[in-house]
Design a protein around this ligand. Sequence first.
Ligand code: HEC
Ligand code: HEC
Length: 601
Amino acid sequence: MAAHSIRTVAAVAAAFLAAPLAAQVDLGTEEQRAAGKIVYDKYCGQCHGDTGDGNGYATPRVQPKPRDFTTGKYKFRTTPNGMLPTDDDLRRVIEIGAPYTSMPGWPNLTSAEIDNVIYYIKFFSPDFENPDRYGEPIDIPRPLESTEESIARGRVVYEEQGCAACHGEVGRGDGPSAPTLVDDAGDHIKAADLTQRWTYRGGPTKEDIYRTFSTGLNGTPMPSYADSLEVEDRQHLVNYVYSLGDGDDPGYGTLITAVYSEEALDLQDAEALDALFENTPMTRFPLVGQITEPGRNFYPSVTSIEAQAVYNRDEIAFRVSWHDLRADNTGRNNPSLEVPMWNEDNGIGGDDGGDDDGGFFGVEEDSGNDGDFFGVEEEEPQDDAGFFGVETADDSGDDFFGTDDDFFGGGDTGGDGAEFSDAVALQFPASLAPEDKPQLKPYFLFGDSQNPVDLWFVNLTYGVADTFRGRGSDAIEPTEADIVEAVTSYDQGKWTVTYKRRRASRAGVSFAEEQYTPVAFSVWDGFNRERGNKRALSSWFYVYTEPSVEQTATIPVLRAAFLVLVIELLVVFLVRRRAGQDAAGKNTGGEAITATEAPAV
Ligand code: HEC
Ligand code: HEC
């Protein structure tokens, strides 16, 4: 602590000389930092490192990397580009975390504990002793109303400023530069998907967006636009970015409702198909990295998938879509491609310490195949980082090292520029659970020997569906019992895959009306070298085949048609009666029409 004290004295002296900003240098007392160290060692060191250099033992597993506190570079700041964050900026990220990264929120810490840990982490970098590195927080004006004009002006600014180069034309993170972006650590970094506001690490509100592009995210390619944009244009830009969003939260669901249609399900008629799906409910499902078995994927590219289903008398069609920064449609892929160990997102195996305070490692792997969410105790969803909340239990060491043959058996994945394609699979149980145990489902990782699964797999290089039967990740065989068709498209950062199969199956699951059929999803991003077991996946969810008689869409249509008929008949009746009266008036013996005749028509 002696060295620290000397640094503090120097800092205070320096701060004293730099008059107006001096007040901002505040490194706390030795006691406060000592108390902060206790919090830090308990909750933060495993990621941020004992010495604050970002090299905790979890670091090889996470992306983006935990902040290296010795650099004094921070992303989420109210202060100008290149400046240090305020204590409030730090407090905010510590309280709520950075969604969709491994940085959890810490709502359990008291305000004093947070103050102390802030003093402690500031002390890792000499920058906090340098008054020149402090800047005044920017003013964040009240957001403008999202009028059409404001959004239109914002679009112009978006184009002029070149946001699309990274974020894409419609904001799906698929701009031409997106594949090339790296952060200061040299790791690839995704340009945020602006349509999925809930994934913004710095926060989803209009004020957050204003702050993000005004101050920039230091340490990343996301620039600061404070100098190039007037306040008002920034406000319009906020409204435009906000308008790209699909809502404040992902609205994850657990069920696809397959609706009945009289229409033919013709995969070749893209227009009719789009029209059909346009009126079909859509559900978004969360995806996480496969981290239970070898081929672990600690930072999957795709974090959610949307799905829909329609059926008619004979066939059922599923449509899934997800965002991907680039269409990788030249490589190879299939569900059983080997992933050599060096290509796992993982430098370390073994024990994680097992105390799940962080949420990050908070999941017990359980070998049971009861099909609940990853066999995972879902934690209170205290923050989005909970999705990464997975603990490979102590036995993971065996998984890692017990199967070397598997790892090195494939051997074709050397540095020869092997490329992998994007791919997707729907997974269904090969047969439904017995009626007395409806909750029974095959093991979520491609089934097990007792309870096989069927995979409808599409390698987007070929765009056709291949069917596989899985009895576990190491027992996946092609099957041809049923023909599954597929059509695919990639448009501005979004893949859409539409599948079709006969409802009745010869070897797998049939889709009867009013049936709940388990379904799970896998997505592979070739850009992220995902293949085989290295993938994003979901737990089991359900498809519910809505009864065809209670078609919520058709009944109102029928009702309307009936009403029109009645009105028509009434008009006909009145006109004919008038004609009859006229005729009668002229005494030409016109027929009398009675009211009872009309509805009988
Ligand atoms: C499971 C790993 C993990 C743990 C535990 C963890 N962090 Fe982090 N932390 C991260 C990651 C990863 C980032 C980087 C997020 C990003 O770059 O978007 C980060 C970033 C930060 C940042 C920087 C925000 C910025 O503006 O750049 C602060 C401050 C921070 N963490 C504080 C803490 C504190 C305090 C604790 C303990 C109470 C803690 N972290 C525990 C993983 C972790
Ligand atoms: C050179 C590439 C690049 C350009 C140009 C760019 N961005 Fe970004 N932007 C990024 C990257 C990379 C991230 C993700 C940073 C991260 O995940 O930490 C990002 C993140 C964001 C975020 C989300 C931040 C968060 O909280 O997670 C917003 C909003 C955003 N950018 C808006 C814009 C706007 C508006 C423009 C144009 C005025 C723009 N960006 C221009 C690369 C860029």
